[in-house]
Design a protein around this ligand. Sequence first.
Ligand code: G4P
Length: 331
Amino acid sequence: MAIQWFPGHMHLTRKAIGERIKEIDVVIELLDARLPGSSANPMLAEITKGKPALKVLNKQDLADPTRTAAWLEHFNAQSGVRALPLDASMSTPSRALVAACHALAPNRGGMTKPMRVLICGIPNVGKSTLINTLKGKRAAKTGDEAGVTKLEQRITIADDFYLYDTPGILWPRIIVAKSGYNLAASGAVGRNAFEDEEVALELLDYLRQHYAPALEARYKIKDAASFTDEQLLEGVGRKRGALLGGGKVNLNHAAEIVIHDFRSGALGRVTLETPAEFAQWLDVGEKLDAERQIKKDAIELARNIRLKKVPRPPKAGSRGAVEEGDDEPSD
Ligand code: G4P
């Protein structure tokens, strides 16, 4: 089962960002450096269209440095976009952020034209932590449950540099199945949206193909790439004592161990997607999403015709004639 996560109240956030965006010069989007494609919200690009964008690959301390470099190159090649890596250990992140924003909006600055920047990011990407560092005190609440940041706030970074926190919560919109698993593994979606076991199996499958030495080192398994994801999950459970009665493995507990080890960095520095992989997943996801939308529109049109909210469309070649029995969409 693919992970679906797009709470209904997102339209309020969309509206609030839409209203604020007019007075914004640069949009900073915090991305999780371990999943830079999946942790982006496609809706944000749509609402902030035309505004220069700074993509911050946050939690870079947990990500594969080679892949972070590839993602930075990917974003920096886009017009009106700059990208930089960041993590919570950097004590003066504002210097790099301020410089990048000035490069993106060189006409802003000074008391009469202060730089106005909007900072956005999906839950758990590290936004509260960064804002706290920028403020120099622990004022915003941080936590490990998705969606702790709720209140809109303005942070003065310099006399002529204002940072606005996103009004509302920017949930990810998951149209790519693989993104759903990667977001769940990272802790960006609520626990009620996924099964640990399913997420751990997807994670193990990716790790065995791309980071087999990390699995071998952590779980003392030889030749990790030669096992299936199920065998690996069982192996982790046995090695780590996640057992039920009768010597059976407690797969759910084993899954929690794998997810925890990924989140905490105990598996080493891992990135779950490359720009090329993500582009391929997105292509498939967008096609499926478009097909879903066409079906939804057809169902809605049929319902509206039935309820006589809209006139029945003429059949092709019938010069406006209306026939009975054709008001349900065909698949
Ligand atoms: P949010 O506002 O975007 O929802 O995220 P928040 O700052 O609450 O951070 C979510 C979790 O990510 C926190 O861990 C935080 O410490 C951690 N984090 C933030 N930035 C970084 C980073 O650059 N590197 C690493 N490795 N972790 C980071 P937590 O365990 O949920 O909370 P806590 O125990 O730190 O309070």
